[in-house]
Design a binder for this molecule. Structure first.
Ligand code: TNX
Length: 512
């Protein structure tokens, strides 16, 4: 026999023996996680996910069932059927999800341990378990094809967030988006461990939430939008469905009723809310600052009491956002009087107040939170008065800002925000004197004057939101654009898989 053939034969045999006994070599530390976990260590082998993989859930932890179902639906696509089973004790193989307190990891923290036979996801609370699952999903290939074996790199991830509040806001007032679109946005946020979804439910152009005691708000106030389209609104049932959908994904809904300005839709619905007793016309333009509730009429506060009561009843989360921005046609003293009174109403219905930075000019109630968007002086004043801050600097975090001068949607009054600019800032170093302990977290708002459908939402939100998610989660010392952009490059395929119409920034070396 030819010596070359013998060699080839021997080499193939060696290779075969090796591939049978030696499992796939992997390196968990090379996985492109976003947000970047606090610590990742690799053990170099692989766990194989296939259709006999079982997801075990700690017995009695009801909240984990939904998380297990979401996981099963994701990996089930590749392997067809995945069984979920409650168990008393940790199994010896499969995927096991459990809650286990840990002071070291803290709230929303988790430890994900991937061994050859067993994957353990231990959250310090159900949210931690949900995030552990999201991290695990990022170890899988973006394109899970049916029937293919999936190999997961082994190792351990210990992880927890820097900030407790990691949010996005969607303005459903300037343009209305149906609840199916809202759910899709929630899915996208959940994948990046965002835990707050703020809904801007009312503005000059539209009132979007059913209030049973004031039905004309939606009948009249909800019937149009920017540009004169037909608008729309959520019934309380729709809203509850959105709240539940978000809750199943560890996301809290923060409802906002913007007041005393930005209220033309309410003023068009009820004549008595106007100081002159005359109903306003619908407004379908994009100017701001022209409307105001009548701050010295008692009916105004009866109205707000009803709105806050009805909305608080169907909002399990702790917050109620009272807006308070750009009330340019409300006199200063009237504004202060109004905001003082409205905060008490919110407190009376058991919710904590959030308001845009202008509300710092009022007396702030205990546990109030200021949402910084433009005015540093207001924000410092708020902190002096004891408030916590949510960082939403328009010049870095506004999702309606254009990427550059060629972006066909959005505005640019604050800045052009390319993907690097959106990523490269530290909430704790933005406003002099405001440090991490004053900051509850960050939020990226999408104002919708120019945004009319889900594709347009996706284009403005992605990929910037992944960066905001990382700013909210990962310690500033562990973040840098050069590493982030390479990880982000690998998420393009994930966006495509989720059918997200994202902006393919030239600054990112997207992988084909
Ligand atoms: C300012 S930010 C507003 C919104 C606009 C947005 C457009 C804030 C609290 N008010 O009413 O939609 O700019 O970028």
């Amino acid at each position: 026999m030819n010596i070359k053939i013998v060699c080839l034969f021997m080499a193939s045999l060696a290779f075969l023996i090796q591939s049978c006994s030696e499992p796939v070599k992997t390196d968990l530390t090379q996985t492109a996680f976003i947000p970047k976990p606090v610590s990742v260590t690799a053990t170099g082998t692989a766990f194989e996910v296939n259709n006999s993989t079982i997801i075990y859930v700690q017995n009695g932890a009801e909240e984990l069932m939904k998380t297990a179902e979401i996981l099963a639906a994701k990996i089930g696509k590749a392997t067809e059927k995945i069984t979920i089973q409650p168990v008393q004790e940790a199994p010896s193989k499969g995927i096991y999800i459990a809650v286990e307190a840990s002071d070291e990891l803290g709230a929303e923290g988790y430890e994900l341990t991937i061994d050859k036979k067993l994957i353990t996801i231990k959250g310090t609370d159900p949210a931690g378990c949900f995030y552990g699952v999201q991290t695990f999903l990022q170890t899988l290939p973006a394109n899970l094809a049916s029937g293919e074996a999936i190999y997961v790199p082994t190792g351990t991830i210990r992880d927890y967030p820097v900030y407790a509040y990691r949010g996005m806001m969607l303005d459903v007032s300037r343009h209305f988006f149906p609840k199916e679109d809202v759910k899709k946005v929630i899915d996208m946020l959940a994948a990046y461990k965002i835990n707050i979804f703020h809904l801007h439910l009312s503005d000059d152009q539209g009132w979007r939430i059913e209030i049973k005691s004031w039905p004309k708000l939606t009948e009249i106030g909800g019937s149009t939008q920017v540009g004169g389209g037909e608008g729309g609104y959520y019934t309380q049932e729709d809203y509850k469905e959105i709240v539940q959908y978000a809750m199943d994904r560890s996301i809290t809904i923060v409802p906002e009723i913007d007041m005393p300005g930005h209220t033309n839709a309410a003023l068009a619905s009820y004549a008595e809310l106007n100081c002159d007793g005359k109903a306003r016309d619908h407004y379908t333009g994009t100017e701001v600052g022209f409307s105001s509730l009548c701050t010295d009429k008692e009916i105004t506060y009866e109205f707000i009491d009803d709105v806050v009561r009805e909305l608080a009843e169907i909002t399990p989360g702790p917050y109620f956002h009272i807006g308070g921005d750009e009330s340019l046609s409300t006199k200063h003293d009237d504004y202060v009087y109004f905001v003082n009174r409205v905060q008490k109403i919110v407190e009376q219905y058991g919710k904590k107040v959030i308001g845009w930075d202008e509300i710092a000019n009022a007396e702030l109630i205990d546990n109030a939170t200021i949402q910084f968007w433009a005015n540093e002086k207001n924000t410092k004043l708020g902190v002096e008065k004891g408030a916590q801050v949510i960082m939403s600097p328009a010049r870095y975090a506004y999702l309606d800002m254009q990427y550059d001068s060629t972006t066909h949607l959005g505005l640019h009054w604050a800045a052009y925000i390319e993907v690097d600019r959106g990523y490269n800032w530290d909430p704790a170093k933005l406003v002099e004197g405001i440090t991490q302990e004053n900051i509850k977290g960050i939020e990226a708002p999408l104002w919708a004057e120019t945004i009319t459908n889900l594709d347009e939402i996706e284009y403005m939100v992605f990929p910037r939101i992944s960066g905001y998610a990382e700013i909210g989660w990962t310690p500033a010392e562990q973040r840098d654009w050069e590493s982030y952009k390479l990880r982000l490059a690998k998420h393009g395929k994930r966006f495509e898989k989720m059918e997200i119409d994202y902006y393919k920034s030239k600054l990112v070396p997207w992988e084909e």
